[in-house]
Design a protein around this ligand. Structure first.
Ligand code: BEZ
Length: 244
């Protein structure tokens, strides 16, 4: 989290001889800068439905997803957490730890978790942070007062094993996120972290990937033995390399 000092100088007119203005006032404000891709994900310790958790210890050297929702016992949130629980095996397969957060208290989370399990026919295994003091929400800039006065909006961060933020998304309270898309992005991030490729529009696992334009054709041929499809000098595809 970057905290930037902000100084403001004010020129005051005077009638001292030779000085028409004097620089007199300095305001000093601390502005909290929002997180950006590549920033280190803030660490914290918080109460959750699975007990007290230190975020970095919870992540270990895994990938992580931390996501906020506005409130317990609300319809869209119930479907979102249900879907995430239903995809738990998919997150496990990719070595991704999941943690949810909202500003509701722990007892409410526990009661609501039972509701999610019953109505969505799942078993929520991931922890839900009770962030009543808004410590995590503020660290991650999950409260957007112009959209929703006091609660968290639908923010989601993907964090790499190096604890750097790899993806951020923010949805309004009225729109449920697409967790299949979250898995798709994780597939892309894990692949591009391992191989120097990028993934094209709407790419899904096992489809062709893009070779960086910086590689010469000769280098690309050496690096990608599965073959190369050249569209033009900067758009070249190769079959997806293996992840493991
Ligand atoms: C919902 O999850 O349905 C919801 C929560 C807060 C505001 C609007 C919708």
């Amino acid at each position: 989290m970057k905290i930037q000092r902000f100084y403001k100088f004010k020129l005051i007119p005077t009638n001292f001889v030779g000085y028409s203005y004097i620089c007199i006032i300095i305001y000093n404000k601390n502005l909290i800068m929002s997180l950006q891709l590549g920033d280190t994900a803030p660490d914290f310790t918080a109460e959750t439905t699975e007990g007290k958790i230190n975020f970095y210890e919870f992540l270990g050297d895994h990938w992580g997803v931390i996501f906020s929702h506005p409130a317990d016992y609300t319809p869209v949130c119930t479907t979102e957490l249900g879907r995430t629980a239903a995809l738990q095996k998919e997150f496990d397969k990719r070595g991704v730890k999941i943690i949810a957060v909202s500003v509701d208290p722990l007892d409410k989370h526990i009661g609501w978790k039972n509701d999610i399990n019953t109505t969505q026919n799942v078993n929520v295994e991931f922890p839900i942070i009770a962030d009543e003091e808004r410590i995590v929400s503020n660290l991650y800039g999950m409260i957007h007062p112009k959209a929703l006065a006091t609660a968290t909006v639908r923010s989601l961060f993907i964090i790499g094993p190096d604890k750097k933020i790899k993806l951020m998304l923010t949805y309004p309270a009225s729109t449920g996120r697409n967790f299949t898309e979250v898995l798709r992005v994780i597939d892309s991030l894990q692949l591009t972290a391992k191989h120097s490729v990028s993934t094209p529009v709407d790419w899904t696992y096992e489809e062709d990937v893009i070779i960086p334009a910086a590689l010469s054709l000769e280098e690309a041929n050496k690096k990608f033995p599965k073959g190369i499809k050249v569209v033009n000098s900067y758009l070249r595809y190769t079959p997806q390399p293996e992840l493991s």
